[in-house]
Write a protein that binds this ligand. Structure first.
Ligand code: CAA
Ligand code: NAD
Length: 288
């Protein structure tokens, strides 16, 4: 049971991250069941994955046959009860502790394999909080993928004081051996390694725009051309989603009470206005 290879994966949510995680699993020959709240959202999630698979073909990363086979391995449902036979479920819903806790608690009742991995792709919420809320913290682990998932080769693995070693080994083996990702381990602190470093930088860039220190274009250009980043901080905030960046800042601020983690008013106003970035068509920049 312990070493049984993971072949049946569930992904909860088909937004930016859920779609990416489902795609890389399907491309790795794994059977993937994806949950979305409604048929319309499921159709949008499937379309998002198919567009990305097309991009994989057009850039020579996968063949047309691999795209077809990956698409066949993906099924969608709006019934969490369908996840009973999954060996790994990765929750990738909105960065909200209550929503994630409710879903994980429900999954704990449904998924039958006692060694199944219940993973959260949370960017920042301490995994122990989610584990305790499920009632079975030994099954719960953080598997933090990066955006865009088909392109970025890292998973941050976050175990808690309660995660079982078997669950951690299974999750790590899946990320490394099946998905071919590099794995780093982080302590269970809000923001883990990547966002504890990245998000204060994004918030600083937003504060620079807010104070009129420099234009968004010049800030981004500086980091791309002067520091060799693939994209500037404001374009990156748009890619991640301003709502997600704000939620990450909020959970790190709640944990550490450090001003560098506090969400600047401009970020808050933009989220309230629905200007949440690329996924909504506009954030710091506009998208067709
Ligand atoms: N499938 C397979 N490959 C794909 C692909 C897909 N769906 N989409 C793109 N690619 C490949 C392309 O083929 C290309 O590969 P080569 O370099 O070998 O040709 C490469 O990815 C780059 O793609 P493009 O040339 O189309 O686009 P680009 O050069 O403008 O790069 C980008 C786009 C990958 C987003 C790049 O700008 C980048 O890496 N940006 C930084 C992203 C980043 O920092 N992400 C982390 C966000 S933080 C996070 O995720 C954690 C959190 O909790 C918030
Ligand atoms: P998104 O906005 O693209 O998608 C949100 C998903 O949550 C959708 O599938 C939506 O249907 C679902 N959802 C929203 N409310 C729900 C509810 N009440 N019940 C069930 N499902 C609900 O967000 P995303 O960028 O895919 O982020 C998802 C998770 O991944 C978050 O925890 C985020 O912090 C994390 N993450 C995001 C990034 C990123 O760059 N965007 C990177 C790594 C991790």
């Amino acid at each position: 049971m312990t070493s049984e290879k993971i072949q049946r994966v569930g992904v909860i949510g088909a937004g930016i991250m859920g779609a990416g995680i489902a795609e890389v699993c399907a491309r790795a020959h794994v059977d993937v069941l994806v949950f979305e709240q409604t048929r319309e959202l499921a159709a949008a999630g499937r379309a998002r994955i198919l567009r990305s698979l097309d991009r994989g073909v057009s850039s020579g990363k996968i063949t047309e046959r691999e795209r077809e086979q990956a698409a066949w391995r993906l099924r969608f449902t709006s019934d969490l009860g369908d996840f009973a036979d999954r060996q790994l479920v990765v929750e990738a819903v909105v960065e909200d502790e209550k929503v994630k806790s409710e879903i994980l608690a429900e999954l704990d009742k449904i998924v039958t394999d006692p060694n199944a991995v219940l993973a959260s792709n949370t960017s920042s919420i301490p995994i122990m909080k989610l584990g305790i809320a499920t009632g079975a913290p030994e099954r719960v682990i953080g598997m933090h993928f990066f955006n865009p998932v088909p392109v970025l080769p890292l998973v941050e693995l976050v175990t808690t004081l309660k995660t079982s070693p078997t669950v951690a080994e299974r999750a790590e083996a899946f990320a490394a051996d099946v998905l071919g990702k590099q794995v780093v381990r982080s302590s269970d602190r809000a923001g883990f390694i990547a966002n504890a470093l990245l998000v204060p930088y994004l918030l600083s860039a937003i504060r620079m725009v807010e104070s009129g220190f420099a234009t968004k274009e010049d800030i981004d250009k500086t980091m791309v051309l002067g520091c060799a980043h693939p994209m500037g901080p404001l374009a990156l905030t748009d890619l991640v989603g301003l709502d997600t960046v704000k939620s990450i800042a909020d959970s790190m601020y709640e944990e550490f009470k450090e001003p560098l983690y506090s969400a600047p008013p401009l970020l808050q106003r933009m989220v309230e206005a629905g200007l949440v970035g690329k996924k909504s068509g506009a954030g710091f920049y506009e998208y067709a």
